[in-house]
Design a protein around this ligand. Sequence first.
Ligand code: SF4
Length: 71
Amino acid sequence: MKNIRYFTNGVDTVEWNEEACMHSGKCLVNLPGIIKNSEAESINVSENQFETIVKQADFCPSKALKLKDNR
Ligand code: SF4
């Protein structure tokens, strides 16, 4: 079964699709404090953490990590 996680700041959401991820989620593991304590599908993050995830999504070669269009 696909593992999809959602990271939200309460307004916007970034989606991470494990199946599409080329590097075993290493970028998320290396983002301090964001996923280490949670197996939840949807994770509320601080504004700073959210911005960090969005920046990482810009570098994701597989688009496994991407900003969802909430509008
Ligand atoms: S940059 Fe993309 S492909 Fe690489 S670990 Fe992060 S989500 Fe996966």
